[in-house]
Write a protein that binds this ligand. Structure first.
Ligand SMILES: Nc1ncnc2c1ncn2[C@@H]1O[C@H](COP(=O)(O)OP(=O)(O)OP(=O)(O)O)[C@@H](O)[C@H]1O
Length: 451
């Protein structure tokens, strides 16, 4: 058999693995390199155009969390985006490998591997690397800038998107409300991309993660020497967004003193960099979002009413998935298609059981939860059908606001579903966990139409 022209690198600290993988892959590919320490990747990549890298996840005894593997995966993607990475992992690390796939790895192989499967995976990786090289760089950039989302057919979403189309071209401030994962960020991007400012910057600020001390320097910038470590003049996020749109996410998390500072900026449309007296005029459109009960917070004195009135000229509330049930399954199909494309599993379909379960589930983590559950299911599905056992719902804090609003019957159904998932459909174990007999569990499965 003629060897395929390709350069493969195997990275593992175990010499036996390097040896056996190299011997096997050399039969098919023109150049197979190995290295026993991931740091060496830096120099190897400078001297070779790598098509595929087989990358171990763990390198040091006692550090088996896979972080090193993920670090080198990120590195490879950054310095050599056309190189395709396959992760190598032990049987217990599938969750980690799934994380790696989400971050851009092409595939994972479990150690000890099956030689034919290893070859098939490396060959597919090499083919993809070749294709990657051919793709026009420009095309890639345009694609990544596109907002792609599912609109939904429910009356709630239809009227929301009609409203968005009216609001977007104006310069009005917009407040987007909605639970976690309902798509507030996507909505903000959609407003931006339909606005007159679409060719100017869109700057996202997660106010929930900005430390109180860093708030001013991050948002307003600072002058050289303003504080220890301020080695040069730095523009803040408001200045960076000048002429464009600033998206202030998680605004409900802002402390009262910071709310006052933000209000001043929004009123005056001017910023002072820290350590500088000069005022800089800014021209930004402001979009804010929060999952906090902002009106309740105003009543309780936790959020300034004047700030609320400044940011809510237009208000959009995105309903949670459980309140627009007709969107649940079409959204699942949209996401399935997205992940089938991403993981090149075009033939996958949902089994009837899964369709039922997706429609019945309450999705407390909304679209983000569905995205995670389905991405994982697509990655893990071995067969042409995604089955119940491929669905792993996120662990949910049962004390959250939503769950406490469930009726007794809905809670019972949730518990039955959870137990069945936890025990992968094993009736005896699920019944034992729930403290009921098998017959009683069967009755509930029938009652809730869960079979
Ligand atoms: N309409 C949609 N169609 C497809 N995917 C969506 C849609 N809305 C949101 N998503 C996806 O769901 C995930 C969560 O969306 P997003 O970050 O916009 O939600 P959020 O409400 O801002 O969440 P949080 O409050 O937790 O920050 C994202 O990965 C996003 O791509």
């Amino acid at each position: 058999m003629r060897k395929k022209e390709a350069t493969i690198l195997i990275v593992d600290d175990d010499q036996d693995i390097l040896f056996s993988a190299k011997v096997w892959l050399k039969r098919f590919f023109s150049l197979v390199l190995t290295c026993d320490a991931p740091q060496k990747i830096r120099s190897i990549i400078q001297e070779n155009e790598l098509d595929a890298v087989l990358l171990d996840m763990n390198y040091r005894k006692g550090y088996e969390d896979g972080k090193e593997g993920l670090y080198w995966l990120d590195y490879l993607q950054e310095v050599s985006p056309n190189t395709v990475v396959i992760l190598m992992t032990g049987f217990g690390d599938v969750a980690l490998a799934v994380d790696g796939l989400k971050r851009g790895a092409f595939d994972f192989v479990l150690k000890p591997w099956d030689n034919d499967k290893l070859y098939a995976s490396v060959k597919a990786a090499v083919d993809l690397a070749r294709k990657n090289k051919k793709v026009d760089q420009l095309e890639k950039i345009t694609e990544s800038n596109m907002v792609s989302y599912f609109e939904g057919k429910s009356s709630a979403m239809t009227s929301t998107f009609n409203f968005v189309r009216k609001v977007a071209p104006t310069d009005a401030t917009v407040l987007i409300l909605g639970e976690n994962g309902t798509g507030k960020y996507i909505m903000a991007q959609e407003i931006y991309s339909k606005s007159e400012r679409k060719n100017a910057p869109f700057v996202h600020v997660d106010l929930g993660s900005i430390n109180e001390n860093l708030f001013e320097s991050e948002l307003f910038g600072y002058a050289k020497g303003a504080f220890t470590g301020a080695e040069k003049d730095v523009a803040g996020r408001f200045e960076l967004a000048d002429g464009g749109t600033i998206f202030l996410d998680e605004i409900g998390n802002l402390s009262l003193p910071l709310q006052a500072k933000l209000l001043t900026i929004l009123q005056n449309q001017k910023v002072n960099r820290l350590g500088e007296s000069k005022e800089r005029k800014i021209n930004v459109r402001v979009i804010c979002a929060t999952n906090a009960p902002i009106y309740k917070m105003v009543k309780e004195g936790k959020f300034r009413q004047d700030l609320l009135f400044r940011i809510n000229t237009m208000e959009i509330t995105i309903p949670p998935l459980r309140e627009r049930k007709e969107d649940i399954f079409p959204l699942a199909e949209y996401l399935l298609q997205k992940f089938k494309n991403k993981y090149r599993k075009q033939d996958l379909i949902f089994s009837n059981n899964v369709k039922n379960e997706i429609q019945q589930y309450t999705w407390p983590g909304n679209i983000r939860e569905m995205e995670n559950v389905l991405e994982r299911a697509v990655i893990l599905a071995d067969k042409a059908e995604i089955d119940n056992y491929d669905l792993h719902f996120s662990p949910i804090d049962v004390s959250n606001e939503f769950t406490s609003n469930l009726t007794l019957e809905e809670m019972e159904k949730e518990m039955v579903q959870k137990a069945m998932r936890k025990h992968h459909g094993n009736i005896s174990k699920a019944a034992e966990d729930l403290g009921i007999t098998r017959a009683a569990l069967y009755r509930r499965i029938e009652k809730f139409n869960l079979s």
